[in-house]
Design a protein around this ligand. Sequence first.
Ligand code: XUL
Length: 542
Amino acid sequence: MLTLLLLLLLLVPMMAAASLYLGFDFSTQQLKVVAMDGNLNVVHQNSVQFDQELPEFRTQGGVHIHADGLTVTSPVLMWVKALDLLLDKLKRAGLDFSRVRALSGSGQQHGSVYWRRGASETLKQLDPDQNLHQLLQGSFSVSDCPVWMDSSSTQQCLDLQAAAGGPLRLAEITGSRAYERFTGNQIAKLRLTQAEQFQETERISLVSSFAASLFLGGYAAIDYSDGSGMNLLDIRTRNWSEVCLEATAPHLGRLLGAPLPSTSVLGPVSSYFVQRCGFSESCRVVAFTGDNPASLAGMRLQRGDTAVSLGTSDTLFLWIRRPRPAPEGHIFCNPVDRRAYMALLCFKNGSLTRERIRNECAGGSWEGFSAALRDTPLGNNGNIGFYFDTMEITPPAVGVHLFDSDDNKVSSLSPQVEVRALVEGQFMSRRLHAERLGYSIIPGTRVLATGGASSNKEILQVLSDVFNAPVYTIDLSNSACLGSAYRALHGLVAESGVSFLDVVKNAPEPQLVATPDPSAPEVYDQMLKRYARLEERVLQES
Ligand code: XUL
C-alpha cells in the first residue's frame, strides 16, 4: 500500500511535467508564446516582432498611423504570417506539440477582424502543406484592422451614448461610457467608411477570437471578458445589448455570434495543426481573451486585490465583486471567475511626472526623492497636490493644483512637501477612482505593484499607507502569455467546478515589500474625502 502511494506521489508530478500548455499573446508590437508544463514551469518562450521580422507590412510599432493622425490600423495578414513564423520557430526549437493538452491566448483589446463571405468554409479545409498566410489571403473583407490606438470614432461614440440614454447609462449597461477605441464604435464607423467591404463581411472577430479561430478551424466565440471592451455587451446579462447592437449596425448579433464564458473549451485544435505541427487530436482550444484580462489571470489576482502598474502611465487592475460603473474607467466581466468582474483604470500622468518632480525637488536623484518621502509625515500636514502635466484620462483635468491644509490654493510647496504631495496625490487618486468603480478594501486585500517605480521602496510604502494594504511586487512582463497558459490549463477542469486559483496555487508567490503604518487608516480615510472634494474643484476649474 505504502509503495503504491509513493509511486503515485512520484508519478503525478512526472505526468504533469510531460503535459504542455501553450499561451499566445497577439499584442500590438509582437506575437509571443510561452509553453508551460503541468507543474506551472515555463519550459519555452518565443516571439515574432512585427516591425523587424515582417518588414514587408511596413508597420511602426506594429501599426499604421494614418494621415489624419487619428486612424490607426494593423494588417490582418501580418498577424496570420506571424503565427506561421512562430510555429516554425517552435518546431525548430524542438517543441513536442504532441504533449500540448490545451492552448489559449490573448489579443490586444478592442481591435477587430472582418472575415469575408466564404472564409468559414476556407477555415474548415486548410491544406497542411501550405502556410496560413497563403491559405487565408482572400479571407478578409477588410485588410487593415482598426486597433486600440485608433481614436477616430468620436461621432459614433456620441451617437451611441445618445441612443443608450447618456454616457452613464451606457456605462451601466456595458461597463464603460463610449470610448473611440471600443469595438462597437469602430464597427459603426467602418460600416460608413468601408460600406462595400462591410457588406462582404460574414463574421466580425476581436483580435483574440480571430486568433482562436485560426487554431479552431472555425469561428471562435467572443469571450465575455474581451467582449466587455466593445460597448456592446451587457456585462450583467452577459449577452449583447439590443439597444447597443441596433445603434451600431444592422444584423450585428449575427455577425458577432453568441458570446461565451472566458473559461470555455471551444473545441479541439483543427486537423491542419495536427497534420502540420504534430498536435494531438485531443488538444483543446480554450477561449482566447483580451490582454488585460489575461494579465489579471497571469498575476493570479484574487478577490479584493488590486494590481498597480507604475509605468509611463499608471494602470490599475482590480478584482471586483459588485461593480459600480462610473464615467471614468472600465468594468469587464472577470476572465477566471464567472460571478466576478474586473476593472481597468488608466492614469496618463505616471512616471514622467514623478521624474519631473524628482528633477525639480530632489536634484534629479531617486535617493533624494526617497529621503523626502522618509522625512515627511503621513498625510503631509494636510498639503494636497494634483499633478496633471498633460491632459489626464482619470479624471479629465489638466494642470498642477496645490492646496494647503485649509483647502486654500497655494502657488508652491517646499521641495520635500512637494515630493510627498505628488506621490500621495497620485495614490489617493488611484484609490478614489477604484472605489468609485466598486472596489473596496477587505481583510486580506493585497496590492501588487509592478513597472519601473515598483523598485522604489519609499514610493511603495506610500502606496501601502494610502491603500491601507500590504504591497507585493510582481513581474508583469509576461503576464498576458502566462495568464493564457494558466487559462488553458484551467479550461480543462473549469466545467467540473475546479477554481482557477486552485489550479495555479503552486505558482511562485509575489514578494512582500511594504505593510501599512498603523496610523494610515486614520490619516487617509479623512484625507481621501478632502481629496475627492478638491478634485471636483479642480475639474470645474480646468
Ligand atoms: C485597454 C487598452 C490597451 C490594449 C493594449 O483598454 O486599450 O491596454 O489592450 O493592448
